[in-house]
Design a protein around this ligand. Structure first.
Ligand code: C2E
Ligand code: CA
Ligand code: CA
Ligand code: CA
Length: 277
């Protein structure tokens, strides 16, 4: 720990750490990522094991950084939430997804697509308008769009979020509770949240190897059924996962076993018999 200005600067840089430096760089580059077309959307299939048919898709965001390559949303989404960039980004996603949905719809297949939301969208106060505009622009039937929220998101401002969700749901758009079964007071919230779907977290669905865990899963399945909620298990990676889930009565799944998140071209080939230029 020595004196000169130069050295101090280096020390400061060291103290910041590689992670912070990278974060600052990403934060800067994210500012222009949208206008530079560096974002794209991948779609992961949801599958109905009972009918052995496609049950729609989840839209997941990807960022192709010009120098660093594809960066995980787990890394860059939190930054966009801090800066507020997530609001225009989600507007873009909603418009893209609605448009894509229409394209698939004209192939004779009605496939709902879900989009992930951030808490920040509710704070913007513009979410409902944003959703409505995207639907109208594409002329998409609202029930083909589902919005995924997480429990942690509704931890604050519950009343306000419920009001906003009610108004969005009044449009006919569906709401899904993502990452269910991890953290927070899920059961208490369930009574109050206007939702259509429960999405079980991967940690939960991957771990049904004891009678205790299966008993809990069974209770969730019964509850979802009584509340007339769709129940979908995410992170389904192998036959064992599917077997234990279907034995208990959960037939909607999403995970690498049925398909990774894929670009539109790949989805078109696999599910719609379409070939892109
Ligand atoms: P999430 O919403 O829980 O999305 C599921 C994540 O699990 C995705 O990671 C998906 O690729 C991954 N996954 C799917 N199937 C499997 C599987 O069988 N095994 C395993 N191990 N993982 C699986 P991804 O795409 O990296 O996204 C991570 C998170 O980033 C998402 O978690 C979501 O919270 C956030 N995110 C992604 N796209 C968006 C977006 O457009 N908007 C917002 N607000 N958040 C997004
Ligand atoms: Ca999700
Ligand atoms: Ca999830
Ligand atoms: Ca998650």
């Amino acid at each position: 720990a020595k004196k000169s200005g130069k050295n101090r600067y280096c020390l400061y840089n060291d103290a910041l750490g590689l992670e912070e430096v990278r974060k600052m760089e990403l934060e800067k580059d994210l500012q222009s990522a949208l206008e530079n077309n560096q974002f794209y959307i991948v779609y992961q299939p949801k599958w109905n094991v009972k009918t052995n048919r496609l049950y729609g898709f989840e839209a997941l965001l990807r960022w192709e950084h010009p120098r660093l390559g594809v960066i995980s949303p787990a890394e860059f989404i939190p930054i966009t939430e801090e800066t507020g960039l997530i609001v225009p980004i989600t507007k873009w996603i909603l418009e893209k997804v609605c448009h894509q949905c229409i394209t698939w719809q004209t192939q004779g297949e009605l496939q709902p697509v879900s989009v992930n939301l951030s808490n920040r969208l509710f704070q913007s106060g513009r979410l409902k308008d944003m959703v409505q505009n995207a639907l109208e622009k594409a002329n998409l039937k609202p029930h083909l769009l589902e919005l995924e929220i997480t429990e942690s998101m509704v931890f604050y401002d519950v009343e306000d979020i419920i009001l906003q969700l009610d108004s969005i749901r009044a449009l006919g758009v569906r709401i899904s509770m993502d990452d269910f079964g991890t953290g927070y007071s899920s059961i208490g919230l369930l009574d109050r949240m206007p939702i259509d779907t429960l999405k079980l977290d991967r940690l939960f669905t991957n771990d049904l190897d004891t009678p205790r865990k299966r008993a809990i899963m069974n209770a969730i399945i019964v509850m979802a059924d009584d509340l007339q909620l769709d129940l979908i298990a995410e992170g389904v990676e192998n036959e064992e996962h599917i077997e234990s889930l279907t034995q208990l009565g959960c037939y909607l799944v999403q995970g690498y076993f049925y398909g990774k998140p894929m670009k539109v071209g790949e989805i078109n080939k696999l599910f719609f018999n379409l070939n892109d230029k």
